[in-house]
Ligand binder design. Structure first.
Ligand SMILES: Nc1ncnc2c1ncn2[C@@H]1O[C@H](COP(=O)(O)OP(=O)(O)O)[C@@H](O)[C@H]1O
Ligand SMILES: [Mg+2]
Length: 332
C-alpha cells in the first residue's frame, strides 16, 4: 500500500527508432499525493511531455515503449492494466489537458456535445442529465452564459475560452488526478494568470491532485506545492516549492531561476544557461548536465550522480551539492 494517489517508480520510456534508441525518460521516480499540486519543470526536450503521456498510457507504441517498474495509481499498476481498463481510467479518474486546445477539440462538434460525450462514456448519466452537467461544468470554469456557449463550435471561441473548455472536459467526471501539460504556454500573460487562478480554485473546490508541466518557473511559483526539476530524461532536483526557490541546489535549477526575468534585478546580472539539452540518443556519460555546468569536474563527467537527500524533502542529483549560493552566482 502507498499513501500517494500516484506513485511513479523508475519510469523509463524509450523510443526505438531507425536513428537509434531515444531514452526520453530514463529512470524517474516521484509521487503525487491527493489534493496536492506537483510541478514538473525543465527546458523544452527534457522529457516532460513523455512523462505525462507515459502516466496517461498515451505513448505511441511503436516507437515508444514504457519499460519502467510501475506507475501506481490508487495502488494499481496502470502499466499492467488491460487496455480497456486503462482507457476507462482516462477521462474519468485521471485526465489531461494539453498546451494547444485546438488539437484536442473536435472542430465539427459543438463544445457542449464534446463534454456530453465524455460524460456518457464514463458515467451512467442520462443524455438530459449529461447536458445539465455539461452546462454546470462550463459554468464551473467560468465561461459566461454557459447554456448559450454549449451550442458553440470551438473555432468561435478565443484561445483562453478554448482552454477553459478543455479544462471543463477534463473535469467533467471529477478526476482524482489532473495532468496539465503546459496548459497556459499558448496564451498571453493575462489569460495565463486567469487560467492558473481557475485551476487553483477548482482544485480547492474539487480536491483533485494536479501534475502541472511547464518550462516556466514563474508558473511553478504560482501554483505548485512541490517541484520536480527534470533535465535530459532525469529528475535532478525535487523539493517543496518554498525550499526550491529559497535554496536551489542543482546548478541546473539555479540556472533556471537565474533566467526568470526579475524587475528588481539589473538585467546584466541575470544568469542564463549556456548550451542546449542533449538529444536523448546522445546523452553524455556521467552527469547529463556536466557539459553545461560551471562546476563540472572529472567525477561529474564520468559518474552519474544519484538523487540524494540534502534536507527534509529536498533531493538533489549533484556531486557538488550542497552548493553555496553566492558561489553559484545566483541572483539573490
Ligand atoms: N514519438 C517519438 N519518437 C521519438 N522521439 C520522441 C518521440 N516523442 C518524443 N520524443 C523525444 O523525447 C524527448 C523528450 O520530449 P518531450 O517529452 O516532448 O520534451 P518536453 O515535453 O520536456 O519538451 C525529445 O527529445 C523528443 O525528441
Ligand atoms: Mg512538452
Amino acid at each position: 500500500m502507498t499513501t500517494s494517489l500516484l506513485e511513479v517508480r523508475d519510469l523509463r520510456t524509450y523510443f526505438h527508432t531507425d536513428r537509434g534508441l531515444f531514452r526520453a525518460v530514463d529512470g524517474i521516480s516521484f509521487s503525487v499525493d491527493r489534493g496536492r499540486t506537483v510541478g514538473l519543470v525543465g527546458e523544452s526536450g527534457c522529457g516532460k511531455s513523455v512523462t505525462s503521456l507515459s502516466v496517461m498510457g498515451l505513448v505511441p507504441d511503436p516507437p515508444g515503449r514504457v519499460e519502467g517498474e510501475a506507475v501506481l495509481f490508487e495502488d494499481r499498476d496502470v502499466l499492467r492494466l488491460p487496455a480497456d481498463q486503462r482507457r476507462q481510467l482516462r477521462g474519468s479518474k485521471m485526465s489531461m489537458i494539453f498546451q494547444e486546445p485546438m488539437t484536442s477539440l473536435n472542430p465539427v462538434h459543438t463544445i457542449g456535445r464534446q463534454i456530453v460525450e465524455v460524460l456518457l462514456a464514463h458515467t451512467t448519466l442520462s443524455p438530459k442529465a449529461a447536458r445539465d452537467r455539461a452546462i454546470e461544468v462550463l459554468d464551473l470554469v467560468r465561461i459566461p452564459s454557459p447554456a448559450a456557449r454549449f451550442e458553440e463550435f470551438p473555432h468561435r471561441l478565443s484561445g483562453g475560452m478554448r482552454q477553459r473548455v478543455m479544462i471543463a472536459m477534463a473535469l467533467a467526471c471529477e478526476p482524482a488526478l489532473l495532468i496539465a501539460d503546459e496548459p497556459t504556454t499558448a496564451l498571453d500573460v493575462t489569460i495565463q494568470a486567469q487560467i492558473l487562478d481557475l485551476l487553483h480554485d477548482l482544485q480547492q473546490r474539487l480536491g483533485m491532485a494536479i501534475l502541472i508541466i511547464t518550462h516556466d518557473l514563474g508558473v511553478i511559483a504560482e501554483v505548485a506545492d512541490d517541484v520536480l526539476v527534470m533535465y535530459a530524461g532525469k529528475i535532478v532536483e525535487s523539493a517543496p516549492v518554498k525550499d526550491l526557490f529559497a535554496d536551489p541546489q542543482h546548478p541546473y535549477t539555479i540556472g533556471l531561476l537565474g533566467s526568470i526575468p526579475r524587475l528588481d534585478v539589473e538585467r546584466e546580472r541575470l544568469a542564463t544557461i549556456e548550451g542546449t539539452v542533449p538529444s536523448p540518443d546522445k546523452q553524455p556519460a556521467g552527469c547529463r548536465f556536466s557539459p553545461r555546468c560551471p562546476f563540472a569536474d572529472r567525477r561529474c563527467r564520468e559518474k552519474p550522480p544519484p538523487l540524494r537527500d540534502v534536507a527534509d524533502g529536498h533531493r538533489v542529483a549533484c556531486w557538488h551539492a550542497p552548493i553555496e549560493q553566492h558561489a553559484a552566482g545566483a541572483t539573490t
